[in-house]
Design a protein around this ligand. Sequence first.
Ligand code: BG6
Length: 491
Amino acid sequence: MSSQIIPVDPFDYVVFGGTGDLAERKLLPALYHRQLDGQLSDPTRIIGASRADMSHEEYRAFAQAALKEHLKPGEYEDGQIKIFTDRLFYASVDAKSEKGWDKLKALLDEGKDRIRAFYLAVAPAIFGDISEKIRDHKLITKNTRIVVEKPIGRDLASALELNDMIGKVFREEQVFRIDHYLGKETVQNLMALRFANALYEPLWNSAHIDHVQITVAESVGLESRAGYYDKAGALRDMVQNHILQLLCLVAMEVPPSMESESVRDEKLKVLRALKRIDASNVEQLTVRGQYRAGASSGGPVKGYLDELEGGVSNTETFVAIKAEIGNWRWAGVPFYIRTGKRMAGRMSEIVITFKQIPHSIFDAAAGRIQSNQLIIRLQPDEGVKQSLMIKDPGPGGMRLRNVSLDMSFAEAFKARNADAYERLLLDVIRSNQTLFMRRDEVEAAWKWVDPILKAWETTGQQAQGYTAGTWGPSQSIALIERDGRTWHEVI
Ligand code: BG6
């Protein structure tokens, strides 16, 4: 059965930061794909907004060039591009002054009854200004939502401030905080795997699971984002949001339904149950790393410090953490998480390792019995693998072998792998918040991350060097091997 495409009601998407990198690389291509699949209804409009002076025509030309660059060959169809660019409009507005707001209002008034979404693809520093302008110019209708991108704060205090600023203008059910990992197909599949099969749930606890690994490895380096990244580091950039969200989906209790509050209530409980890491245990439970010169994607690459102006920084481009969840289901089950730039390849996966069998009936000649592993591959090559011990076929007695039931989604479904933003952008229009972070989740995640950041500062824990193109510093290997386990590393 192939997926069903249900058109959404007409909408006006106003993208602040409409000429920025996110709009160009992700948002415009995602909306174009939804049009290709017949999901946009007339008279849907996309209104780019930013400070630059630009006519509607110039914005259409900008978008056309962006699509040309970012679509795959064959996806750029002249007829469809024309229909898409006809949907585009532009408003030059200044978040800090009155400039342009009346014009934007006049443009929006042409579609007063349409669903309206404001997408803030801009620096969080101006989230508050834009929200207030939207309110002061009476742009909020009964069918309006606002979408914000991470980073939502750089610690708990700044996240509270940002959430308060937005909360002064919008009700929580109008606020969509994007974590694009939640829009990834395999991440949603995690819920299908757990809650649409009777097989795993009875085993999904500390009685049967030995440990969980979550790896989000990237091969890219700084990608001209030094200004942002050097102030953030891997813990804020990847763990506070994406990786903790993945951990929540693995660890949460079965929600009563897929309804957004049910799912988010369960995720919140996991975040609140994470055991505190602070100066007393930070050195045993965390590893910070920073890449040095090495090789990536077949060529030599510079080290992190060589990419930075000034060349001095203790910011981590890699982090590994042994986390634990203090509740009955997970007591004593470590969750090893790690992420880094310039690692051995681009690979994100979740590995659930089950406990060893309690007693073997086979003799030594049968070989070692390995623990079963369930491997959920997020990217690339999305899929699920379940390792099992089987008898080696043929004569020669009972010899055991570890094999995988291996399902690659690309092979099984022959479907295009939609970008996470495609799903999420339209969930906003459908007003479905299940795959978005609620305010209390963001704050609970910071409550766990803040003491780690503080402990790194007070203990002076350094980022350990690792060669670009490897799996991170040796201390990360030691972190898991101390417990008699190893990282799962297959590219
Ligand atoms: C972003 C981070 O949120 O996610 C980036 O800011 C990172 O540093 C990116 O590269 C990874 O996303 P994906 O979808 O390429 O895995």
